[in-house]
Design a protein around this ligand. Structure first.
Ligand code: NAP
Length: 493
């Protein structure tokens, strides 16, 4: 039985502006082109949004550049209070934003609600950071001058976000950019533009001055962002998405030597030692694997479990995964939504079939299509005895599949965990404190979850190493991405 009526769903979609948000105004794309937004649980179209042209994208940058100096000079407290009001407005509208997100992205409403609150937290956190942009004052060692160091907004930014966390990946960039005094152009993913458009509407309503935030949606990301990256007025590119696209954007951004932040793909190992609390590890595994239907850069991609506890862990995880309920995210009791599109489902299926062809044993779920169900569903799957040459140990799965491999020694576990080009996050389960510290120090990742399956927090520096990118979002570090350091040498006799 549906908990949310279809008229409520339609109302939530109808309320969102569908145009381009440029210079504080909503407008159609030049030529009036639109692109469809699909509900991945049915494959039906929800609505159409504007399909920006390269000229529209440039108009968005024009608007950002026009108010950059004025915005940089706005008192930090004022910038912070706008963010605070935005935080409150997002929380007040959490239910409708959650439903909107579920409709365009597919995850269960409870998870969307959690993302909305997580997203709002970046607005609150950076509302507090806006007034703590500090500098330094020092006397030169020889006493001959004073040294003043200040931090200033980097300038107009281009922020490109993915579809998997349609709101939080935006506020993680918009929050610090607003706090720092930068203006910006935001391009959300074409599959999930509605959450970002709703956020732009909220920021407008709470008094963000015209032109500080500009949003365009487009069928062709490269054609519309390319001219902006090449434009000498742009000073910063912050990208969250795949490593492949990140590399391409880095190359483009090198021409103008843009400041760049890259939040890219992951391949998180989830390591369970023989001294771990196996029940707690299974609990953490469910969060690390199944948050966002496995479509998270932080998703546990592969499980390395000590051979002595592997059977118990596998059996308990399979029971939990097998007990999840697939369905439309807005329906009662549903705990797993669809994948974002048919391509993604096909990729997950290929990876599972490859592992099984190489000897992996399917404990629950599997690659067979679910008959008679529309939408892009893939069943929660646990694979045991996964051989080291299985592709899904090396590639980002981005789906509800848990491959389990075993290890014998701590060294073997660390070697296996680090055997990847990625380095975003790792999860470790152990009750031995000495081991925990040793392992945390040797893991080649930007983040580690110790005895817990979730690391994301607005107050923490989120980000990776190796091919997972660089730059940090959240924490006291997050605002640095949007600030440049200026030093003044002051003559003093
Ligand atoms: P994606 O294909 O790289 O797309 C991400 C964004 O970049 C979208 O807005 C996309 O626009 C745009 N884009 C694609 N090609 C582009 C190009 N040539 N020039 C400019 N923009 C371009 O990634 P995705 O499939 O949306 O997201 C999943 C990936 O994001 C995964 O690899 C995941 O690990 C990663 N991710 C990383 C983090 C992190 O913090 N490290 C967080 C979340 C997700 P269109 O959608 O309109 O094509």
């Amino acid at each position: 039985m549906s908990t949310i009526s279809s008229s409520t769903e339609q109302d939530v979609v109808a309320k969102v502006p569908k145009g381009l948000f440029i210079g504080g105004e909503w407008r159609d794309a030049t030529g009036g082109a639109t692109l469809p937004v699909e509900d991945p649980s049915t494959g039906d179209s929800l609505c159409e949004v504007a399909d920006a042209t390269p000229e529209d994208a440039t108009a968005a940058l024009d608007a950002a550049c026009a108010v950059q100096a004025e915005w940089a000079a706005t008192p930090p407290r004022e910038r912070g209070e706008i963010l605070r009001r935005a935080y409150e407005a997002v929380v007040a509208r959490a239910e409708e934003l959650a439903l909107l997100m579920t409709l365009e992205m597919g995850k269960p409403v409870a998870e969307s609600r959690a993302e909305v609150l997580y997203a709002a937290d970046f607005l609150r956190w950076f509302s507090e950071e806006a007034v703590r942009i500090e500098g330094r004052w020092a006397t030169a060692p020889n006493g001959g001058m004073r040294m003043l160091t200040m931090r200033q907004p980097v300038g107009p930014c281009l922020l490109i976000t993915p579809w998997n966390f349609p709101l939080a990946m935006g506020t993680r960039k918009i929050g610090p950019a607003v706090a720092a005094g930068c203006t910006m152009v935001v391009k959300p993913a074409k599959q999930t533009p509605l959450s970002m458009l709703a956020l732009a509407q909220i920021l407008d309503e709470v008094g963000l001055p015209d032109g500080v935030l500009n949003v365009f949606t487009s069928r062709s990301a490269s054609k519309t962002t390319g001219p902006l990256i090449d434009d000498p007025r742009l000073r910063k590119l912050s990208f969250t998405g795949s490593t492949e696209v990140g590399r391409q954007l880095m190359r483009q951004a090198s021409e103008n030597l843009l400041r760049v932040s890259m939040e890219l793909g992951g391949n998180a190992p989830f390591v369970v030692f023989e001294d771990a609390d196996v029940d707690a590890a299974v609990e953490g595994a469910m969060v690390a694997k199944m948050r966002n239907v496995g479509e998270a850069c932080t998703a546990a991609n592969r499980f390395h479990v000590h051979a002595s506890v592997a059977d118990a862990f596998t059996q308990k995880l399979a029971e939990r995964m097998g007990g999840l309920q697939l369905g439309r995210g807005s329906e009662d009791g549903v705990t797993v939504g669809p994948l974002i599109d048919d391509d993604q489902r096909g990729k997950v299926r290929d990876l599972v079939e490859d592992a099984m062809a190489k000897g992996a044993r399917c404990v629950v779920g599997g690659p067979e299509r679910i008959p008679g169900v529309p939408g892009y569903f893939f069943p929660p799957t646990v694979l045991a005895d996964v051989p080291t040459d299985a592709r899904l140990l090396a590639e980002e799965i981005f789906g509800p599949v848990a491959p389990i491999a075993t290890f014998e020694t701590e060294d073997d576990a660390i070697v296996a965990a680090n055997r990847t080009e990625f380095g975003l996050v790792a999860y470790v389960y152990t009750r031995d404190l000495d081991r925990a510290i040793r392992v945390i120090e040797r893991l080649e990742t930007g983040m580690v979850g110790l005895n817990q399956g979730l690391v994301s927090n607005a107050a923490a520096p989120f980000g990776g190493v190796k091919q997972s990118g660089f730059g940090r979002e959240g924490g006291v570090e997050g605002i640095d991405e949007y600030l440049s350091i200026k030093y003044a040498a002051i003559r003093a006799e």
